[in-house]
Design a protein around this ligand. Structure first.
Ligand SMILES: *Cc1c(COP(=O)(O)O)cnc(C)c1O
Length: 352
């Protein structure tokens, strides 16, 4: 398959002039086109690209009843020469198929993924704005479309890619609460997958956290609630003294592309990094002693998101303001690679 095999239905008129690119609300504006590929009769059909718009599916489609759905989140960046780049896109491709496998969804072919994505980005390239912080958020996803409400895997699916222009994401002052009751994922479960249901299950506990004045929950392990694992849509890092700590990957943790990039950058910049279980007790101890210097989340949407304070067991802990913050260091390093400002010794940046 080559991109010429994708059937393209042209738009009648672009919506681009109706969009205020300086006041984008994350994830609410979509570009002119979308990519779509259906799975039926045991194979993925010829993909199409068509104007962004509503799709028609049966109300008995299995996705509505059993949540058989997975997604990805990635970004495209434009440099000063109008060249467009992706960041480690292979990782997202591999991960969506890993997620799919866990949800009994058939694997999506690599050529379709990359030809579809590059053709789509080229059609909508004017929607990708220059300037640090501006990007095109890319949302590939797969849903089970077979109209049948028996609880078994679908025999029909729809794979789509949507593009949503984004500005630098400022999450505001983030205070978090360490979870003592609710869990995000369990051993043997689907926590490592970007499965739609994982996020639905977080909404209620997160709503309770909001009511108490915290922006996010830091998820602890489901059995003891003694180890800090995930921020829910971000991976989580702690800095004690000058050492960076983060939980090891397992089937409860999403294997973040930003997370693995931070670990690599730490290793190559003489920052000691320990990938091991991080306990609530040691973080609280370090906070009391003043050796806990930073907590930050990592993820495609926000890149690096500093956390100002946390709560556990009814007590509040504040993080100090540090000079030479690791959060700022990694954010700058990553963005310089993403926006083609610095050298990329890793080959993470892929020009399209
Ligand atoms: C997507 C996601 C992340 C971050 O992954 P990136 O590949 O860095 O964007 C972290 N945790 C969860 C639960 C996620 O869904």
């Amino acid at each position: 398959m080559s991109s010429s095999d994708i059937q393209i239905t042209p738009i009648k008129q672009s919506k681009i002039n109706s969009v205020d690119f300086n006041n984008l609300v994350f994830g609410t504006v979509f570009s002119d086109y979308m990519f779509e590929c259906d799975y039926k009769d045991g194979k993925w059909q010829t993909p199409v690209i068509k104007p962004y718009g509503d799709i028609s599916i049966s109300p008995s489609a299995r996705v509505f009843h059993y949540g058989q759905a997975v997604f990805e989140g990635m970004k495209a960046y434009k440099d000063d020469n109008d060249d467009i780049f992706l960041f480690r896109p292979e990782e997202n491709f591999v991960r969506i198929n890993k997620s799919s496998e866990r949800l009994a969804i058939p694997e999506f072919p690599k050529e379709y993924f990359f030809d579809g994505l590059t053709t789509l980005l080229n059609l909508d390239k004017d929607w990708i704005k220059k300037g640090i912080g501006n990007s095109m958020y890319i949302r590939p996803f797969v849903i089970a479309t077979q109209p049948a409400i028996s609880a078994s895997p679908s025999e029909e699916y729809k794979f789509m890619i949507l593009l949503s222009p984004a500005q630098a994401y400022y999450a505001g002052e983030v205070r978090v609460i360490f979870s003592e009751k609710y869990s995000r994922a369990a051993d043997g479960g689907v926590g490592f997958a970007k499965a739609a249901g994982n996020y639905a299950a977080q909404f209620y506990p997160t709503k309770l956290a909001h009511e108490k004045g915290y922006q996010q929950i830091i998820w602890t392990d489901a059995s003891s609630h003694q180890f800090l694992e995930e921020a829910g849509t971000m991976n989580i890092f702690f800095r004690i003294g000058d050492t960076l700590l983060t939980a090891p990957n397992n089937d409860r943790i999403l294997d973040g592309v930003t997370r693995k990039s931070v670990i690599q950058l730490a290793k190559d910049n003489n920052i000691e990094v320990e990938v091991r279980r991080v306990s609530v007790v040691e973080i609280k101890d370090a906070a009391r002693k003043g050796t806990l210097k930073e907590i930050f989340g990592s993820g495609t949407a926000t890149v690096i998101n500093p956390i100002l304070g946390f709560s556990h067991g009814g007590k509040e802990y504040e993080l100090p303001t540090v000079e030479n913050s690791y959060a700022s260091f990694f954010k700058e390093k990553l963005m310089n690679i993403q926006y083609n400002i610095s050298e990329d010794p890793y080959g993470w940046r892929v020009k399209i």
